[in-house]
Design a protein around this ligand. Structure first.
Ligand SMILES: Nc1ncnc2c1ncn2[C@@H]1O[C@H](COP(=O)(O)OP(=O)(O)OP(=O)(O)O)[C@@H](O)[C@H]1O
Ligand SMILES: CC(C)(CO)[C@@H](O)C(=O)[O-]
Ligand code: BAL
Length: 293
C-alpha cells in the first residue's frame, strides 16, 4: 500500500529529491516511477495501479517534453489538463506527482543528450527524426532524478520500451523496466491522449488499426512459417479499407531488437507495428506475439 495517501505535487527537482530521500530513510520499501506527458487516461492509471501494487512510494511525472517533438509536430497543442490529471493520479494511488516546467528540466543551453542507436533506426525512429533522442534524454534525466527501483512503461509505445531497455542496459542504470500491456477502449482502439483530437468519422475509422492487428494475430496462429511481407500486406490492406487512413508505416520486425526478417525470424518474438494518420492525428498501435511456441 502507498505510504502517503493524498497526492503531493512537486514542481522542482530539489524538492522531489528531498521527498524521495526522506522516504528512503524511513522505509525499506521500493520506489516505483511512471513517466507520462499527462492528459491521463485509464492506460496511464493501469501503469500507476501496477506501480502501487509493487512499490511503497509511487512517483508520477507529467511533463510534455519539447525535446521529443519535431518542429512540425503537436507540442504546442498537445492536450493538457493538470487538474483532472491530479484527480486521476490520486484515484490510481500515486503518492508524488512531479510537474516540472520546461526551464526546470532544461536550463538553457542543452549541452548533453542521450542517443540510442540500432533499435531507433526504423518505425518512429525513422518517421520522427530526433524523437528518440528526446525521449532517451528526458527519461535518462528523470531516472537520475527519481532513482526508482522500478519504472513502468506501456507496450503501446513498444519501440519506446525497446529504446529505454537498451539505454538502461548500455548505461548500467540500476532500475528494472516493467513492461505494461496496452489498455484499449471497448471497441478495440488503443487508449491514447491523442485520441481526443479525432473527429467522429476519424474515431470510427481508427478502429481499422486494432482490427488489422487482430487479423494478423489470426493469420500467425494458422501459419507454420511466418512471412513478414504477407503480414505487412494483410495489415496494410485492411487499414486501407478506411478512406481517411493515411499510412505512415506498417512493419513486421523482431522484438525487442527491431530487425527486419523475411520468413523465419531469429527471435521468438515479433512486433507488427503501425503508425497511421487520420486527418492531423497520428496514431500508433502494435501487436507483439510469439512465433515459436
Ligand atoms: N493504452 C495504453 N495502455 C497502457 N499504457 C499506455 C497506454 N497509452 C499510453 N501508455 C503509456 O503511458 C506512458 C505515458 O505515455 P503518454 O503520456 O505519451 O500517453 P499516450 O496516451 O501514449 O500519449 P500519446 O497520445 O502522446 O501517444 C507510456 O509509457 C505509454 O506507453
Ligand atoms: C516516456 C515519456 C514520458 C518521455 O517523455 C513519453 O515519451 C511518453 O509519455 O511515452
Ligand atoms: N507516447 C509517446 C510520446 C510521443 O508521442 O511523443
Amino acid at each position: 500500500m502507498a505510504a502517503v495517501h493524498t497526492v503531493t505535487v512537486v514542481h522542482t527537482i530539489a524538492e522531489l529529491r528531498a521527498r524521495i530521500k526522506t522516504f528512503r530513510r524511513s522505509s525499506e520499501q521500493t520506489v516505483g516511477f511512471v513517466p507520462t506527458m499527462g492528459y491521463l487516461h485509464e492506460g496511464h492509471a493501469s501503469l500507476l495501479k501496477k506501480a502501487c501494487a509493487q512499490s511503497g512510494l509511487v512517483v508520477l511525472s507529467i511533463f510534455v517534453n519539447p525535446l521529443q517533438f519535431g518542429p512540425n509536430e503537436d507540442f504546442e497543442r498537445y492536450p493538457r489538463n493538470p487538474e483532472r490529471d491530479l484527480a486521476v493520479a490520486e484515484a490510481a494511488g500515486a503518492d508524488l506527482v512531479f510537474m516540472p516546467s520546461v526551464e526546470e528540466m532544461y536550463p538553457q543551453p542543452i549541452r548533453t543528450t542521450v542517443s540510442v542507436s540500432g533499435v531507433t533506426e526504423r518505425l518512429c525512429g525513422a518517421s520522427r527524426p530526433g524523437h528518440f533522442d528526446g525521449v532517451a534524454t528526458v527519461v535518462s534525466k528523470l531516472l537520475h532524478i527519481v532513482q526508482p527501483d522500478q519504472a513502468f512503461f506501456g507496450m503501446k509505445d513498444a519501440q519506446q520500451v525497446a529504446v529505454i531497455e537498451q539505454m538502461v542496459q548500455d548505461l548500467n542504470l540500476d532500475v528494472e523496466i516493467v513492461r505494461c500491456p496496452t489498455l484499449r477502449e471497448e471497441d478495440g482502439l488503443a487508449m491514447s491522449s491523442r485520441n481526443v483530437y479525432l473527429t467522429q468519422d476519424e474515431r470510427e475509422q481508427a478502429l481499422v488499426l486494432s482490427q488489422a492487428l487482430n487479423k494478423a494475430e489470426a493469420y500467425i496462429a494458422k501459419q507454420a512459417v511466418i512471412s513478414s511481407k504477407a503480414l505487412v500486406d494483410l495489415v496494410s490492406s485492411h487499414i486501407r479499407t478506411a478512406p481517411l487512413a493515411d499510412i505512415d508505416y506498417v512493419e513486421a520486425l523482431t522484438y525487442p531488437t527491431l530487425q527486419p526478417f523475411e520468413t523465419s525470424p531469429l527471435s521468438d518474438t515479433i512486433v507488427i507495428a503501425v503508425a497511421v494518420k487520420f486527418g492531423k492525428t497520428r496514431l500508433i498501435d502494435n501487436l507483439i506475439t510469439q512465433v515459436r511456441k
